[in-house]
Design a binder for this molecule. Structure first.
Ligand code: P70
Length: 460
């Protein structure tokens, strides 16, 4: 078996945040209070927090220095222009509209383009894009190739949209009902897998043929660009920035959660060229987010995001980031723990249905695994499975489950060291040995949209 080398952190630690330990008894009580939902836990009671890579990054000294240069004028703060310059240089679109985070970018964009009865295809929509489409009475449609749902299929670009399916879909439903097509890079709901430039180009050609705008959900664009540089023929000598520029050259615009690949704790934006669309988007923005030069953010946040966008394209950083994911994944895989392969850009995904074959889908094995991981070891992960994406449909309101029942171990950017990852691997290896003891759950309270954030459950 190949040696697994701990990746060396390409940073040293200047400010620290203590990690506190808890007892199993304490964690048991906290789980009960939280309705067996790890979103309900106080973060201080979590030892290693792999709930999300969103907004959890450590900022650099340069970003913190930028915070002090925040211009808090209501309109036209200089930091907005810095952000605009940074986004234009990478994304290449003229309009840059800041929002407080990614889902707000989605809301103002979809609110301006999507109406009831419309269809919005994607490779796989993530939870907030799906919800922001459904809330408008439109339908979010996932059009990846079947292999994207096969955790063992060893594909370089498993996040690719199925272009032939897209074409058929447009022909069958009519372009009029499709206000935009959106590709998520990397594909978060499908193992954090990259999308190739070839695929982006082909998707854009199909969209152009039918005159349908093509947008990227660009949260993890830098990680996607890094995979392209490493894996796609002809890109090894390009810089990650050049690859990213080419990615965006095929699109008409993008939504961005700065909480991922802009290395900030809060922030996002939507960017595109269409002037008419800009007017609509900015009007919606003013009602809910704020004036178009701040969009719900402080000047200092805009500055941190402008600087973070460039840092995220640093190749040593990206090399280490993807190596961290592969290291944790490798430690688990070597121990026989079922994991989604190949390893993606921001997280390791456990195959919860294989980890816990004794728990039926109706009792949410992925959720059960997140509960057990916290109870036994104080580690927090997130379920991306039946609770997040289950849908009650048809007459009997029978619940239909998504293809994949995953637990995501998301790695915050620049936060944890290789030894933290080793601790996580050891914990999971022990949990796997005692997996028979883990029990399923039932939902006792849920909300109609994005129920996973607030649902309360009980153990069966
Ligand atoms: C995550 C978070 C956010 C996200 C995303 C993609 C591909 C848009 C957004 C929205 C959400 C999350 C999930 C579980 C636990 C905590 C948080 N993804 N598109 O971790 O962006 O959050 O800024 O509104 O992944 O993957 P925003």
């Amino acid at each position: 078996m190949a040696e697994l080398k701990a990746p060396v952190e390409p940073y040293r630690i200047k400010a620290i945040e203590p990690i506190r330990s808890t007892t199993r008894k304490e964690r048991e009580a906290l789980l009960r209070q939280a309705g067996f939902n790890v979103f309900g836990l106080p973060a201080e009671k979590v030892m290693i927090d792999l709930l999300t890579d969103s907004g959890t990054s450590a900022m650099s000294d340069d970003q913190w220095a930028g915070i002090m240069t925040g211009d808090e004028s209501y309109a036209g703060a200089k930091n907005f222009y810095h952000l605009e310059d940074a986004v234009r240089a990478i994304f290449g679109f003229t309009h840059v509209v800041p929002t407080h985070q990614g889902r707000a970018a989605e809301r103002v964009l979809f609110g301006s383009m999507v109406k009831k009865g419309d269809l919005v295809p994607s490779n796989i929509h993530f939870d907030t894009t799906r919800a922001n489409i459904e809330v408008l009475g439109a339908e979010a449609v996932d059009l990846v190739r079947p292999a994207a749902y096969d955790p063992d299929a060893d594909l370089l670009f498993k996040g690719d949209l199925d272009v032939a399916r897209l074409k058929k879909f447009i022909e069958a439903k009519g372009a009029k009902r499709i206000p935009l097509v959106m590709t998520t890079v990397t594909n978060n709901s499908g193992g954090g897998q990259p999308v190739s430039l070839k695929n982006l180009k082909e998707t854009s050609q199909v969209c152009a043929h039918y005159e349908i705008p093509f947008f990227l959900d660009a949260c993890r664009f830098a990680e996607n660009a890094f995979f392209i540089k490493r894996r796609e023929n002809g890109y090894a000598r390009k810089s990650v920035l050049e690859v990213a520029q080419e990615m965006f050259s095929y699109a008409d615009g993008a939504t961005m959660s700065g909480k991922k690949d802009a290395l900030v704790n809060i922030g996002g934006f939507v960017t595109f060229d269409d002037d008419g669309l800009a007017e609509k988007v900015k009007n919606l923005l003013i009602i809910s987010e704020g004036f178009p030069t701040y969009g719900g953010l402080a000047g200092r946040d805009l500055e941190a995001m402008a600087r973070g966008l460039n840092e995220a394209l640093d190749e040593e950083y990206l090399e280490h980031r993807t190596a961290q994911v592969a290291y944790l994944g490798g430690l688990l895989d070597r121990a026989g723990i079922p994991v989604f392969k190949p390893f993606g850009g921001h997280a390791v995904y456990l195959l919860a249905d294989r980890f816990l074959p004794h728990i039926p889908r109706a009792q949410y094995p992925g959720w059960a695994l997140t509960v057990a991981l916290y109870r036994e070891f104080g580690i927090r992960a997130v379920e991306i499975g039946g609770v997040m994406f289950g849908r009650k449909t048809g007459k009997g309101k029978k619940e239909v489950y998504p293809e994949l029942e995953l637990v995501r171990l998301a790695i915050p950017r620049r936060v944890y060291t290789a030894s933290h990852l080793q601790v996580v691997a050891d914990a999971l290896i022990e949990l796997f040995r005692n997996r028979d003891k883990i029990r399923g759950l039932r939902i006792v309270r849920e909300s109609p949209f994005l129920r996973h954030f607030t649902a309360r459950l009980e153990e069966i």
